[in-house]
Ligand binder design. Structure first.
Ligand code: NDP
Length: 236
């Protein structure tokens, strides 16, 4: 039986974040999600937060702490893309993606570390992407932001590892979401050819890796990059 923890998932109103929150609820944890609109799964507390704004992140944590107790597990999942070729990428395309994906994760984890240090326990999980280490044409901003999470997790591991806090990176490949479902059949088939597993993953396959990393069995894993990509990015 896993110890019930207080968990906060950013961007838990849809996609992978919603699936992660659903899995934590199913495993008996006290779960909160942040959302800018909509809400998380049944059984989870939804709080409003924009991860580009430190005051908004702080207010969300304060609300979760008051209602569910100090956050012991944080999943930095909120993310955006602004894909275009390097030559055409504006400063704004770059800044928005880096400020949300990397800066947002920093704000969330910095705020979470307060309670984790006091409790001498914490699990930090960053949702990166296979493209962080693999690279991707048209995603200079996104890949850079996702690669940055690896340095962040490893630095947190070195800084806080002795205080019972782990920090890891989950790097999903192609995941079945609304976005991938909308791709034409031929494009989907082309992508699948490059994936050794020959298929996309379900959001649940990502979610179960995240809850496992938050559990007792993963207590000695820190600074790791865990791919959930069917072998697409292997070799890094
Ligand atoms: P979605 O686009 O479905 O959801 C993104 C989530 O991030 C939404 O909840 C969104 O909230 C939230 N978000 C975006 N910007 C902000 C912000 N400034 N403040 C707070 N929340 C914000 O994404 P996915 O579920 O597909 O992806 C989730 C994570 O997984 C992302 O980090 C993504 O990069 C990563 N990933 C996804 C893959 C895929 O195949 N889908 C593959 C590899 C990695 P709102 O609804 O308010 O916009």
């Amino acid at each position: 039986m896993t110890t019930p923890r207080t968990v906060l998932v950013t961007g838990g109103n849809r996609g992978i974040g919603f699936a992660i929150a659903t899995q934590f609820v199913a495993e008996g944890h006290r779960v909160a999600v942040t959302a800018r609109s909509g809400s998380g799964p049944e059984g989870a507390l939804t709080v409003t937060a924009d991860v580009t704004d430190a005051a908004s992140v702080d207010a969300a944590f304060t609300e979760v702490e008051a209602k569910l107790g100090p956050v012991e597990v944080v999943v930095a999942n909120a993310g955006v893309t602004r894909d275009t070729l390097l030559m055409r990428m504006s400063e704004e395309d770059f800044d928005t993606v880096v400020d949300t994906n990397l800066g947002g994760s920093f704000r969330v984890v910095k705020r979470a570390s307060k309670g984790m240090l006091k409790a001498r326990f914490g699990r930090v999980i960053f949702i990166s992407s296979v493209v962080g280490l693999f690279g991707s044409a048209g995603q200079v901003n996104y890949a850079a932001s996702k690669a940055g999470l690896v340095g962040m997790a490893r630095s947190i591991t070195r800084e806080l590892g002795a205080r019972g806090i782990t920090a890891n990176v989950v790097a999903p490949g192609f995941i079945q979401t609304d976005m991938t479902a909308e791709l034409p059949e031929a494009t989907q088939a082309e992508y699948k050819k490059s994936i050794p597993a020959g298929r996309f993953a379900s959001v649940d396959e990502v979610a179960r890796v995240v809850t496992w990393l938050a559990g007792e069995d993963a207590g000695y894993i820190s600074g790791a990059v865990i791919p959930v990509d069917g072998g697409l990015g292997m070799g890094h």
